[in-house]
Design a binder for this molecule. Structure first.
Ligand code: HEM
Length: 217
């Protein structure tokens, strides 16, 4: 941490995040190709229909494994605190960019936290339903009714996950400085104070008791 900047994400966290993002795109596009004939042309990206069907579950499992890395890094920061309820009630002011009476939040605001737990739920449903419908290895252990339910749940969880990620990307682009934090790791002090004041106070208090870390590169 230097006088001007605060570290928001370590290089491991950033690499982990972008690996999940790439795997999400690959698993998502291959999943859409298998979902509906109108989207089958997407299978060309993965070497045709059979390859798409072979690769999709592996990409999904890999995405889940890397996503667990994000969960282990961020789950504590996504616990709800007292201010979050009030923040949600004032969401209209947040949307209007008038944050005067909006309560201070920690490292993540209530919207980000809701999204985090939704992502985790979707990933768990996708993983378990995906195993049930993975014909090459596991489907033989399940009856046809379970397989049909698993297919439905898999599609629903995929749909919610895609919508959630669209919201996630939109929010990231909307709050200037967020994408840069996930790319370079650092945020400015005014950014931290404006968007995540409780977190800002926490890290700057820590800073007083530790030797400063200077920004590299
Ligand atoms: C593909 C494009 C994506 C973009 C542009 C993007 C952008 C970002 C940005 C800017 C942040 C930092 C937010 C902040 O510090 O306040 C962030 C955090 C995060 N992202 Fe993404 N992301 C993408 C995909 C994904 C995917 C696919 C997942 C998981 C399925 C994901 C999960 C997360 C998580 C867990 C965090 C930490 C925030 C929290 O714990 O609430 N992201 N992302």
């Amino acid at each position: 941490m230097s006088n001007k900047t605060i570290l928001r994400y370590t290089s491991n966290q950033r690499t982990n995040h972008w690996l999940v993002a790439i795997l999400f795109l690959m698993a998502g596009l291959s999943g859409l190709a298998l979902f509906h004939p109108a989207l089958f042309w997407l299978s060309n990206l993965f070497g045709g229909g059979p390859w798409t069907r072979i690769l999709h579950p592996f990409m999904g499992v890999l995405m889940f494994v890397f996503f667990l890395g994000l969960v282990l890094s961020f789950w504590r920061a996504n616990f709800f605190i007292a201010n979050d309820r009030l923040w949600l009630r004032r969401i209209d002011r947040v949307m209007a960019n008038d944050e005067e009476d909006v309560p201070a939040v920690g490292k993540y605001n209530a919207g980000q936290k809701l999204l985090f737990w939704t992502l985790l739920l979707c990933m768990l449903v996708l993983l378990f339903s995906g195993l049930v419908i993975w014909r090459a290895y596991f489907s033989e252990y399940f009856g046809i009714t379970s397989i049909r339910w698993a297919m439905l749940l898999h599609a629903l969880a995929g749909f919610v996950l895609i919508l959630s990620i669209i919201v996630h990307i939109y929010a990231g682009l909307w709050i200037k400085g967020s994408v840069s934090a996930m790319l370079h790791g650092w945020v400015s002090r005014p950014w931290a104070k404006k968007h995540h004041e409780l977190w800002y106070r926490e890290v700057t208090r820590d800073e007083a008791s530790k030797p400063p870390i200077t920004k590299k590169g």
